[in-house]
Design a protein around this ligand. Structure first.
Ligand code: MG
Length: 338
């Protein structure tokens, strides 16, 4: 490889060093007919349907953590935002902002993870950009991905669509990603096999939409702010109330234990491979069965209901039968978890 041990300002200059970086590293892992052209932009095939588009920047610290690294997070996170409107992802862009002096070995690990995640997801990186900024002007590496997807005919998924009587499901255990990153930031080792849940959810969404069609009202990936904040957003956007039951929430015991230790609530922890599904009551059991039959939803659960109460209100029925008001995350920003 024609790349030294560390990335220099030259690698972002657009000159010869940039070309080496692109050809010897990026194309080595990410090659596909569209990207290989190295044109000013990618031209995608014609697709039938509405185009969905989403963008997200990834600044997670640490870059490498149990269960993944910033690379797969940048792929899966943007794919999931497309999937949450029922879109089938078709292409991604990749923008890198690298701090001068960043390890080329670490960069290769990240690019390899991006390649693996895109291959697993069946979505190519079709265009990209690399900038290198002087030492101290960025922290190691930041990544932006933009995704384009196609929404199949008649699919109408929105946070505004929840209706009283609907059932609320979640695709698996909550808090795994958030606690993995926050324990790492706090220098704590967690007991048990806890790791980030980063994964692409579009196969699960596809299956659920085929199973339950327009009975699926809302999909939302509870990332920053966690399940609590996402449910509050949905309740507010749909002008409904949502109630969930504490003893139905899938949470791994070590996540609960670590949360108690650090003083965190798993309801507010970020997830990077989970989704909330809100559907018509008649299709709730079939939707649950469908989710559980998929790798991405083995631990799916019905956790609550949409009710006709004060718009925007979310409540939790505790194990001992009490009722707790759930509010969106405020005041305590959880820094650099994705
Ligand atoms: Mg999202």
């Amino acid at each position: 490889m024609n790349i030294p041990k560390t990335i220099s300002l030259d690698h972002g200059s657009g000159g010869l060093a940039s070309q080496h970086l692109i050809k010897d590293l990026f194309l080595k892992y990410l090659s596909n007919p569209v990207l290989d052209g190295l044109e000013d932009c990618a031209i995608l095939e014609q697709y039938n349907g509405r185009i969905a588009m989403s963008t997200d920047s990834y600044v997670v610290d640490p870059l490498f953590f149990p269960g993944g690294n910033i690379g797969e997070l940048a792929v899966n996170g943007t794919i999931n935002d497309l999937a949450m409107r029922g879109a089938r992802p078709v292409a991604l862009s990749l923008g890198l902002i690298i701090e001068e002096g960043f390890s080329a070995v670490d960069l290769e690990r990240i690019i390899a993870a991006i390649a693996k995640a895109t291959e697993l997801a069946g979505v190519d990186i079709v265009t990209g950009d690399t900038k290198v900024v002087p030492r101290g002007k960025a922290d190691k590496i930041f990544i932006n991905t933009t995704g384009v997807g196609v929404v199949p005919d008649k699919v109408n998924i929105s946070g505004k669509n929840a209706q009283p009587g609907n059932v609320v499901l979640v695709s698996g255990t909550i808090g795994d990603h958030g606690i993995t990153i926050m324990a790492n930031q706090a220098g704590l080792a967690i007991d048990g096999d806890i790791q980030s849940d980063t994964m692409a959810l579009h196969p699960l969404v596809d299956a659920v939409l085929q199973q339950s069609g327009d009975s699926i009202r809302v999909l939302r990936d509870p990332t920053r702010g966690g399940l609590a904040t996402s449910l509050c957003e949905i309740a507010s956007a749909s002008s409904v109330s949502i109630t969930i039951e504490e003893d139905k929430l899938p949470i791994r015991p070590p996540v609960n234990a670590a949360c108690e230790l650090i003083g965190l609530d798993p309801l507010y922890l970020a997830n990077e491979g989970k989704c909330i599904v809100i559907c018509d009551q008649e299709k709730a059991e079939a939707t649950l069965g469908c989710m559980r039959s998929m790798d991405q939803g083995e631990e799916a659960a019905i956790i609550g209901r949409v009710i006709d109460d004060k718009p925007g209100r979310v409540t939790l029925t505790t194990r001992i039968g009490g009722s707790r008001l759930i509010e969106p995350l405020t005041g305590h920003p959880l820094p650099r978890i994705c």
